[in-house]
Design a protein around this ligand. Structure first.
Ligand code: ADP
Ligand code: MG
Length: 304
């Protein structure tokens, strides 16, 4: 089951929420759709699942074009919407039965419900009202609902938002396990989540895809044309002097004689710092390059 998104643009009135978005998700991949709030993640997911139409462009799931009136496609897709709307007055098992009936999963529905309750760890809670469950268990009910018809594609919109750290870990594990034989797309605004769960990361900002890389490649392929070094001198040169070093744009005084220096460009800034020290009769006591984290890559890609 693959997802092929081609040139999708979405307007809400005058506002362009998605601008010519294209990407593909292959069968069996777990892909993170990462971006700040308002980037267009939920909009893209609603279009993939056929809940709202695109203004232009197309989404093809396993060879079939999704559209708001294509109910066949919904049988192939499990969708956990943002904020996970549930029926608080319904009992867990009753709700899952209801969800299964919507997909007409047939005679074996009872068995399927048992299985999903088992997989999602809901057995002890199945006789409770949804409204009385903790947020973590409600998220499990949402996941169970998304899995009830054994879809090939899972679309999970901010599945761990609002959970406490233990619940986050549990839900991420659950996604990884249940997603093993499925094609999974998971939206998040949290870098660590993308790193923890996914093989590939697609970064979206202001409706535009700004990166699409395998997780292991994202540091090396997306070069951040900025570097930060931490330097300690034997005495304090002061900010104005430091700013005379070529390419240096920001300096930050950390503590006595220690500075963080941020420079533009890809050329290693360290030799220039050394010659600066020599020129000014300073001794460099230590000099370290700060690793650029995925967080930094993200900030860089989505700033401005
Ligand atoms: P994300 O899920 O990445 O936070 P959304 O897809 O929810 O982003 O929203 C993208 C942009 O579209 C935002 O600016 C948001 O305010 C706008 N938007 C989303 N839904 C609607 C809507 N139903 N009507 C008007 N604007 C909307
Ligand atoms: Mg959203």
């Amino acid at each position: 089951m693959s997802i092929v998104v081609s040139g999708v643009t979405k307007y809400y009135g005058e506002q362009k929420a998605l601008d010519n978005v294209s990407f593909q998700v292959k069968t069996g991949e777990i892909v993170a759709f990462l971006g700040p709030n308002g980037a267009g993640k939920s909009t893209m997911m609603k279009i993939i699942t056929g809940y709202i139409p695109a203004s232009s462009g197309s989404v093809i799931v396993n060879g079939i074009e999704t559209s708001a009136d294509n109910l066949e496609i919904r049988k192939k897709i499990g969708y956990l919407p943002e904020n996970n709307p549930l029926y608080p007055e319904m009992y867990v098992r009753e709700y899952l039965k209801f969800a299964a009936s919507l997909y007409k999963t047939g005679k074996s529905a009872g068995k399927k419900i048992d299985h999903i309750i088992e997989v999602t760890g809901l057995a002890p809670e199945q006789k409770k009202k949804i409204g009385s469950l903790s947020k973590g268990f409600r998220q499990r009910v949402g996941l169970a609902q998304a899995l009830i018809h054994d879809p090939d594609v899972l679309i999970l919109d901010e599945a761990t938002t609002g959970l406490d750290p233990n619940q986050v870990v549990e839900i991420r594990n659950l996604i990884r396990e249940t997603g093993r034989e499925k094609t999974v797309m998971l939206s998040t605004h949290i870098m660590q989540e993308a790193e923890a769960v996914c093989d590939r990361i697609i970064i979206i900002d202001k409706g535009v895809i700004v990166a699409d890389e395998k997780k292991d490649d994202i540091y090396s392929k997306i070069r951040v044309p900025r570097q930060i070094i931490r330097v300690e001198f034997d005495r304090d040169p002061g900010e104005p002097a430091l700013l005379t070093i070529p390419n240096v744009i920001i300096t930050n005084h950390i503590k006595k004689n220690q500075w963080l220096i941020e420079a533009e460009g890809k050329d290693d800034i360290r030799p220039a710092v050394f010659s600066f020290a020599v020129r000014n009769n300073l001794t460099v006591l230590s000099l370290q390059k700060e690793e650029s984290s995925l967080e930094e890559v993200f900030r860089h890609l989505t700033s401005g």
